[in-house]
Design a protein around this ligand. Sequence first.
Ligand code: ZN
Length: 296
Amino acid sequence: MLKRLSFVLMSLICLGNASAASLDVVATSPSMGALVRAVAGDRAALRVLAGPDRDLHQLQVKPSMIRALRSADLVVAIGAELEIGWLPPAIASAANPSIQPGRAGYFEAAAQVPLLDAGGPADRALGDVHPVGNPHVDMDPARMTTIARALAERMAQLDPGGAAAYRRGAESFASAVEQRLPGWRARLANAHGVVLYHRDAIYLLERFGVPLLGTIEAVPGVPPSGRYLSELTAKLSGKDGVIIYAPYQAPKAANKLARDLGWQAVRLSLEPPLKADGNGYLAHLDAWVETIASGR
Ligand SMILES: [Zn+2]
């Protein structure tokens, strides 16, 4: 009993002592937050700026973001201009020299891996929101292991005392992904394909050879016209697949397309839950894999 009580007391002391963490980290998204938890565990005091239901292309700067950035040792962003509308002004307002782009305290996931859509797709002139390449790298588990290792090295640079712990965290995340890959590959081997709203989950589809059958938006960031949707319906008529859209993407066109084709339209977050760690991220991909495999 006494032992149990002292354990509870110890736990309370640890919980109360926020300064036990060695790095004050701000992640822009839940996927980046999950990666920080996987790599750093308790060594990072973490703030995540956007919940899983928010569109990272379109966030507004909030005072709470600036406050979080002011004391941060490290910012972990997805990058490739995904957060360009709000992160640079928030960082500028925070006036924290350590986290300026180019400094060790500023980390972009997309800068660690090769990007899809680099150089822009053919219709870039029509208004592409991804001019430097597709930023949605967090949907590829293999790229995420490369990013985890790079993040561990960056954290080791900022907090040398934790170097071994960060590298262990990254390696343990990498082996968890490694273990999951064969199962995901088998589950998706005969997947018919997916219609996305936006080209956001293309890294996941490409990793497993799942066809992207179309996107609901004709031009990134612009709602589709009726004519475009009719053409898409005609193109996909008689085929099998599933439509997947994010919570912040308008469901109307997705549901109409689903009705016209006799398919399912599934609302699925592009991000894991706010409190997700490495395992939460893998569970998030499990949900995507199951949804893609359900298309028929
Ligand atoms: Zn995008």
